[in-house]
Design a protein around this ligand. Structure first.
Ligand code: F6R
Length: 263
């Protein structure tokens, strides 16, 4: 795992956008796995800026979102379809046929989940998967106790996730859908690269467990320790409970030094 610690959320969003920009310049038909929630909003803003100001071209990009609630319409203001249009898709040039978000309207969820997995394979697999993390260590809607090799399926949201997400539903816990379709942990692990983002003190415990704790289904993000190319990009507050901060900062500085010598 590569750990990048930045002063604030602003810098971590900027650095993540540059990682995606560089990958996109190398591979114009990049396949991106995308997340919703508060964490990636800054990243989407930064990518939209690169599209507007540097003409970063997304016309050959394909995207797959991690998850979507079941039980609200895709037009609902808090659906992940609405979120993605509002924060990203309405502002860049990704063809709509290349945008994939789990369909919550299907009657046959099992067939849909299989077809979602097949569509990812047909696209050539996910090149870069963007991830947030729940305070309990979940990724996607793979709640605590999820199989570490799970595939796209339906999950019931934990009480901790429902409470955390209630802020988006006027603070009403009862308004938060109880179920969602989510890529599995095995699906996420198949991505060629994962970028795990977190900011704020509230995420510090989950980050410490995911990065430095044992690999366990009780902290789903901890499986990323087994991923060959995961970069954890966090702010100082989210890094505050890590034990090896000095090492992570020195490693990152050394990698930067090597990179600048190459250029
Ligand atoms: C959303 C998702 C979730 C969130 C996580 C953190 O697509 O996959 O795992 O990343 O719940 O949410 P925020 O960023 O709102 O703290």
């Amino acid at each position: 795992m590569e750990i990048i610690i930045q002063p604030t959320h602003h810098e971590l969003a900027a650095i993540t956008s540059l990682i995606i920009r560089d990958a996109l310049l190398k591979k114009p038909n990049l396949v991106l796995g995308l997340a919703t929630g508060s964490t990636p909003i800054g990243l989407y803003k930064a990518l939209v800026k690169l599209h507007r100001e540097e003409k970063l071209d997304f016309s050959n990009v394909t995207t797959f979102n991690l998850d979507e609630y079941i039980g609200i319409s895709i037009e609902h203001p808090e659906s992940y379809h609405t979120f993605m249009s509002k924060h990203f898709f309405d502002h860049v040039n990704i063809p709509s046929e290349n945008q994939h978000i789990p369909q919550n309207t299907t009657k046959n969820h099992e067939a849909f989940c299989t077809s979602y997995e097949e569509a990812i394979v047909r696209a050539g697999g996910i090149d870069i998967q963007v991830l947030g993390i729940g305070t309990d260590g979940h990724i996607g809607f793979n709640e605590v106790g999820s199989s570490l090799s799970s595939r796209t399926r339906i999950k019931t949201l934990s009480l901790s996730t429902i409470k955390a997400n209630a802020i988006h539903f006027d603070g009403k816990i009862d308004a938060v859908p109880e179920m969602a379709i989510t890529m599995g942990i095995g699906t996420i692990m198949d991505a060629k690269q994962c970028l795990l983002l977190a900011s704020g003190e509230a995420k510090s415990e989950a980050i410490a467990k995911a990065v430095e704790g044992p690999i366990t289904a009780m902290v789903p993000a901890s499986i990323l320790q087994m991923h060959p190319k995961t970069t954890v990009i966090i702010d100082e507050a989210a890094a505050s409970r890590l034990e090896e901060v000095e090492y992570y900062k020195r490693s990152y500085a050394n990698r930067q030094k090597l990179m600048s010598q190459k250029q």
